[in-house]
Design a protein around this ligand. Sequence first.
Ligand SMILES: Nc1ncnc2c1ncn2[C@@H]1O[C@H](COP(=O)(O)OP(=O)(O)O)[C@@H](O)[C@H]1O
Ligand SMILES: [Mg+2]
Length: 374
Amino acid sequence: MKTFNPFNTTGYISPKYFCDRESETKRIIEAINNDRNLTLYSLRRIGKTGLIRHVFFKLKKEYELFYLDIHSTSNLAEFVNVLGDSVIGKLDTTSSKFIKIIKEIFSSLKPTISFDPLTENTSVQLSIESSAEAKQSLNKIIEYIESSGKKVVIAIDEFQQIASYPEKNIEELLRSYMQKTKNISYLFAGSSKRLIISMFTDKKRPFYQSTELMYLTKIDRKKYSKFISRKYSENGKNISSESIEFILDWTKSHTFFVQYICNKLFASGVDNIDTKLVKQTMYNVLLENGDSYNQIKMLLPKNQWNLLKAISLEDGIEQIAAQSFIKKHNLSSPSSVTLALKALLQKELVTFIDEKYQLENVFLQRWIEREFKL
Ligand SMILES: Nc1ncnc2c1ncn2[C@@H]1O[C@H](COP(=O)(O)OP(=O)(O)O)[C@@H](O)[C@H]1O
Ligand SMILES: [Mg+2]
């Protein structure tokens, strides 16, 4: 029989496979229970989406919960479609007002309902052709949610995406709904610190101080270590504490990368995991990703690649324009380094973490370190 791998690398399974986040979960639930909207932000792949799923798991008896990932949307119509797909048909009451609105939705928004035979999911597609139609539809959907009279939480993941919509005043529009709707709590999550911070802390913007901001840090190292050890022992396997320490160092305790290495190790079928196997597994992971990392190298302009390499080899750098750094890595001038940094930040290959410029993708950094050691 195939054993279930306790280290998931996509999505959320259940509390049993979720490490810690107890105080964070408590804080979010407390905010929701007290009608405060909350915005979660962090580096990518630290665990925002997982945490939202975890909170939803705990709240599923008391609230109607809707999760929207708007990462792939590029305008208001697409946003409304994602919202409609997640909400329409999922609330169910017999109040006459609610039924009236359902009828209106079906006559005005003309949703097409399709069934995916592979996933067995039904999806709702609205026929929205203009921004004006999108606004009307949004209004109807919100009315639909309100008229259900149920306590609702809407989580909008990758929320920074709305900043790139072509329509003006989107933030204002959404903010006005947030103020009007009494039975809906909002939970926002985003990965771009810069965009999220400016959206919620800039006095001139509609979302200014409209939600509580919560920065999600890495999982506590001791708790992660216990979690890993427990998941192996529950499955009749053993992992040395030296191995766990090595994994947490090498992955910088960055959730996704920890999960990925542990998943691979678990899948190896070996019952006693030692550092030799850990190192071999890490090497294999880098080898498997080598092609795509080589692509990055090939596609980046030379000065950006050289800077990315230098940052990797230094394991992060605080003063990007420092002469010693520039000289050691044969970079050109401080001004060209500054320009290259700007581009790497924009491409999200580099991020400012713990007071240093670092690569967000730990595997990529480890690959560069191996391939291009000084
Ligand atoms: N507390 C946790 N315990 C175990 N695995 C987690 C935890 N949080 C996240 N993960 C896993 O780590 C990976 C990255 O998390 P995710 O929530 O997608 O990050 P983000 O939304 O911040 O980009 C996912 O595969 C997820 O299943
Ligand atoms: Mg996410």
